[in-house]
Design a protein around this ligand. Structure first.
Ligand code: ATP
Length: 193
């Protein structure tokens, strides 16, 4: 998967709609301290389904919405759109929008989807909010200090098998509910004898 464009509106310091084009090769973002460079990386993680406010350097998820300045009132929503091309060359547009007090909604290629669908889309492409390819400040030290289980997670993300765990949990939960249904059925049949 290749990320091509990132559009932000009302996300953290990006109060005005902004677009970052990621061309082939190296894309550099330069600017003074505090101008929003790290916020761009966080926007990529957020649109991919990041749900931990801490890893967004926020107290709560609503904190990603532009909080206002002395000159500008706060916003009521934040929106990030990621445009990518998958490995088959197909376009992929993922949008996440959060409204104050109302939580997040996701769209993929214009259709409403669940957060889990978005996470799976990226996990299957060996990327995603926790991808080791997204290296934030302090992350290198974190990798060095990581516990073996955390290192395994990183390797699984890199190998593109992270999505399988989610599918396995889903399958196990379906199996459990089917087993319960079967037990009920046996009880009912026993009652009929
Ligand atoms: P450095 O070079 O120091 O790492 P940076 O360019 O990476 O800085 P960021 O950390 O991305 O900068 O941006 C921090 C800025 O974003 C701060 O000025 C902060 O006030 C602003 N900011 C963060 N969240 C919000 C928000 N919800 N509303 C408005 N501004 C915000």
């Amino acid at each position: 998967m290749q990320i091509k464009r990132l559009k932000l509106s009302g996300f953290k310091s990006f109060v005005e709609p902004a677009e970052l084009r990621i061309e082939k090769g190296l894309t550099g973002v330069v600017g003074p301290n505090g101008c929003g460079k790290s916020n761009l990386l966080e926007a990529i993680r957020w649109v991919m389904g990041e749900n931990s406010p801490k890893s967004m350097r926020s107290g709560g998820m609503d904190d990603v919405i532009f909080a206002g300045t002395e000159q500008r009132p706060p916003r009521d929503f934040a929106e990030v759109v990621l445009h990518a091309e998958d490995d088959d060359g197909e376009d992929l547009d993922v949008m996440r929008r959060i409204e104050r007090g109302a939580g997040s909604a996701y769209r993929v290629n214009g259709n409403d989807v669940r957060a889990k669908d978005v996470s799976l889309t990226f996990a299957d492409a060996a990327t995603g909010a926790h991808s080791p390819a997204l290296v934030s400040q302090g992350k290198i030290a974190q990798v060095i200090a990581a516990k073996p289980t955390e290192r395994r997670q990183m390797l699984e993300e890199a190998a593109g098998i992270a999505g399988l765990h989610v599918r396995r949990r889903d399958a196990e939960s379906k199996l459990r509910s089917t087993e319960k249904n079967l037990e009920r059925l046996e009880d009912l049949m026993a009652g009929l004898d």
